[in-house]
Design a protein around this ligand. Sequence first.
Ligand code: AMP
Length: 379
Amino acid sequence: MKTFLPGSTVGVLGSGQLGRMFAMSAREMGYRVHTFSPDADTPTGQISDVEVTASYDDLDAVRAFARNVDVVTFEFENVPAATAAAIDKIVPVRPAGSVLHTTQHRIREKQFLSGAGIPVAPFRLVRSLDDLNKAIDELGTPSILKTAGFGYDGKGQARIATRDDAASAWASLKTDEAVLEGFIDFERELSIIAARTADGQFAHYGLVENQHKNHILDLTIAPAPHSASLLAAAEEIARTVLTKLDVVGVLCVELFLTRDQQLLVNELAPRPHNSGHWTIDACVTSQFEQQLRTVCGLPLGSTEQLRPAAMANLLGDVWQHGTPNWSAVCAMPDVKLHLYGKLDARPGRKMGHLTALGATPEAAAETALRARAALLSKS
Ligand code: AMP
């Protein structure tokens, strides 16, 4: 597989914070970055050498973008398959369009996982209200109805508490393809982020604990408390997924840990993930540098974690009483502030994050939460 050394140009499909942090890593190592998305003055565009604003369906614009770069990756997995295919005729896309195809659709993703012998929450395909009623009979309540495509952060989901919710849940999703999932009364949510090169080199960042609020990641604690056997099981799942999907890139496996200590896969994200942002400040090689390395055909960097860490997301809600108290956080020596350059601080929108380092993961989590609370204090 061809190697693209520093000085080459990497194209990024998508222009959010994941692309921004990728672009920062790439530019740090002397790469040029072009970004492509329907938006302008974006988090990624602000850091890139070139920002192209066009629709993913505008294949002429997509081809023109591809002709100006050496290799393409993405930060947004809902890129249409035709877009990835058009680029792949001109320059390599990594991970390949086939990885996008599987992971951007819940049914294909679950069928892949089940076929690979990886445990997932019980699920049924739902294409009509009739299907949904049958699925509820089989899986019981509570359960969660999720659209097959284009869902993230709990969007495109409806919780079904009783059978009476079926009709309104089905109508609210406005889709003709969904999955009903049995509700998992999990002990904790975990994730493992892993990377794989074209020649099969594999590395992971260990198990982290993720706490969500309103379906959006709120806090990641790294590492999560775990036994050696739990970590080995998670590593095995990650290795199987990356190998069987033939991923050249970074992929996050989101997991439920059940009360009897079994791991179930909730979701795959074929890119760096919010639950890996702490790697920027706490690891030898961040998840973004690792993405760059895999995409450019370089060997992996070390995933060694140098200190326990915790990451707290900063949603637009932090701006509710005006400008956050940045001085308070800047006065905390073990806290690193990351802002994504978004101007409009809407509630629920990911605007930035804080990473705290500590003597233990618990101490880091406590510092991260204290730092976030300090943002709301009067300056
Ligand atoms: P998702 O968009 O599928 O990652 O779901 C977002 C969040 O909803 C997850 O991180 C969980 O907190 C919750 N959730 C999703 N599916 C289930 C399930 N089957 N059982 C329990 N909680 C779930």
